[in-house]
Design a protein around this ligand. Structure first.
Ligand SMILES: Cc1cc2nc3c(=O)[nH]c(=O)nc-3n(C[C@H](O)[C@H](O)[C@H](O)COP(=O)(O)OP(=O)(O)OC[C@H]3O[C@@H](n4cnc5c(N)ncnc54)[C@H](O)[C@@H]3O)c2cc1C
Length: 278
């Protein structure tokens, strides 16, 4: 099966490594810029994403340049603490939460793709401009210095990030889960169509829930009532929230983002190899 991935960002590179791990060997990644530079500042990898990258054997390399935040906290405008809670291994997860420089993470993923797949697997200067859908295969059309190049592929994975005309982006943690899941289904489903249907069934519900919760700004909800109920500050947070109210908030927030300990700790591994035909 030939697979083209558009965009060697965090998601595209994680997808390439996941497909390779699953036994796929004809995997090419197209990048529009001529020179991939380590850009960005910090990104937060929630435990489910760290779990997924651990399955790819990247934990040791990733952890070295990363920080593992232990206790995020929310404060009001007077610097009074509204809420905090432990994260990562200290909160019952089997994996830490990591904050890492995006450029460094992308570099680690890129070097690993070069090592495991092929130093030529990532084609820079290839801007995907269209995908022509055929009966048996798709054709990826890329704009290059030499003109438009057309290449056949059984599957085109669009991982062009937030500014892509072809695809949106979910942020680093969700994009890593998005990236791991197609490899699982393309390896275990009888047909490409069934694989993509299973992928959508797996990823659409949690992604939709997350987008809805982000639109409601669930994470910041605790700050809004704190301000409304105590606009001039408070002596004790217990005067502002009823017993259990903040804990309920924390649980619903974590479930929406699929990083409640139950989710990553109990989920089935996304690792599947071609020989493990199901
Ligand atoms: C330069 C850069 C810096 C960033 N810095 C931060 C940061 O500091 N903090 C943060 O939280 N998030 C940052 N992000 C966003 C973050 O990386 C992503 O939201 C998240 O990691 C999801 O990654 P992704 O793989 O979906 O997309 P991205 O990481 O955005 O990568 C997409 C890749 O696809 C390429 N691409 C897009 N369209 C095409 C096309 N048509 N043909 C070929 N290639 C294409 C892009 O050039 C890019 O390399 C940054 C993204 C970029 C591109």
């Amino acid at each position: 099966m030939s697979i083209v991935i558009v965009g060697p960002g965090i998601g595209g590179l994680a997808a390439a490594l996941s497909l390779h791990e699953a036994g796929h060997r004809d995997v090419r990644v197209f990048e529009r810029v001529a020179d991939l530079r380590p850009l960005g500042v910090g990104i937060n990898l929630l435990t489910a994403a760290v779990c997924a990258l651990t399955e790819l054997g990247l934990m040791v390399r990733m952890a070295e340049p990363a920080a593992a935040p232990s206790t995020p906290a929310y404060f009001n405008r007077y610097g009074q603490r509204i809420w905090c809670e432990p994260r990562g291994s200290h909160a019952g997860y089997r994996w830490p939460q990591l904050s890492v420089y995006r450029g460094r993470l992308q570099r680690i993923l890129l070097e690993t793709v070069h090592d495991r797949l092929d130093p030529e697997a990532v084609l820079t200067g290839h801007q995907l401009v269209a995908v022509e859908h055929g009966v048996d295969a798709d054709v990826a059309c890329s704009d290059t210095d030499a003109g438009v190049v057309r290449g056949g592929a059984d599957v085109v994975v669009r991982a062009g990030g937030i500014h892509s005309a072809l695809h949106g982006s979910n942020g680093a943690s969700q994009t890593i889960l998005d990236a791991r899941t197609p490899a699982l289904h393309l390896t275990t489903a009888p047909t490409v169509e069934q694989a993509l249907t299973r992928y959508e069934a797996d990823r659409r519900p949690p992604t939709t829930a997350l987008v809805h919760s982000n639109r409601r700004q669930v994470r910041e909800h605790v700050m809004v009532p704190a301000h409304e109920r105590a606009p001039h500050g408070f002596g004790d947070i217990g005067e502002v929230f009823a017993p259990g109210e903040l804990a309920d908030y924390a649980t619903s927030c974590k479930r929406a983002a699929v990083f409640h300990p139950d989710a990553p700790n109990s989920r089935q591994s996304l690792t599947r190899r071609a020989s493990a035909d199901e």
